[in-house]
Write a protein that binds this ligand. Sequence first.
Ligand code: C5P
Length: 303
Amino acid sequence: MTITVRAPAKVNLVLVVGRPGEDGYHPLNTVYQAISLYDDVRVSDAEEWHVSVAPLGEIDVSVVPLDESNIALRAGRALVAHHGLDLAAGIEIHKGIPVAGGLAGGSADAAAALVALDRLWDLRTSDDDLLAIAAELGSDVPFALLGGSAHGLGHGELVEPLTDHGSYWWVVVPSDDGLSTPAVYREFDALHPDLTRAAHEESPTDLVAALERGDPDALASSMRNDLEGAALSLRPELAERMAQVQDHCDRTVMLSGSGPTILGLTTSQQEALESRAALLEAGFEVVHVATGPVAGAHVVEYA
Ligand code: C5P
């Protein structure tokens, strides 16, 4: 039997970053939204663990590690360890989420692998246990299980669903060269040596209210990404790219998470498609259109 699970990319509508703790992690106050770019993860029983990756569309998968450091493989091993089992699986990752783009594609793979293997072996892991295993794998993995729109605290792993009555349309503009998340956080520390902010005290109440009303104008005016300065400092040419995207996008433009993917919020599906066409015309090679919020990791095929 094979089981395929689909998991979404995320964007951070708000990303407030505080002073790093002793573990080196930065306390966050963030609002996540799952958007309709997906990785599919297909699992089947095997004698030994192994993982492969293939692109879905125009995605460069050459930097995805296929050794023990692969996050989907680590997810599989963590799940069997949690249940005290000695099982192995083959994991195929079909990537539709740009790699190292600030869209949490690796986290999507981990979340998808957890759900797929739980179903393959009928482990019936509780939601709380799945979220706890996910949090050990990476800060964004619990949100990839949850999907929708959610508030994130801790280092991003403590997630609570938010009411979101809107549906929003995004243009998503990846860059050829990914950015390393730890490198962007290090640059953030270098740029803010005297930061005293406790991120949990800066709750994004305006943005949460905007989602509850489903009001894209209020959303546009309350979006914020504290990592943008650090990503632009490492990649100054991104500022020009963002300005170009803004020229062809009717609402707010910002970086996704640690970047370098650029997000443009548009007013409608039609506007997003027109914006994409204009950006392609202007010389951008790859521009995705995505809607959010969408579901977290979910089964799409049993075969
Ligand atoms: O949790 P995850 O493995 O995705 O994080 C990757 C790296 O990003 C961490 O090792 C850390 O350097 C940095 N990070 C951080 N603060 C966070 C989340 C991630 O410093 N809240």
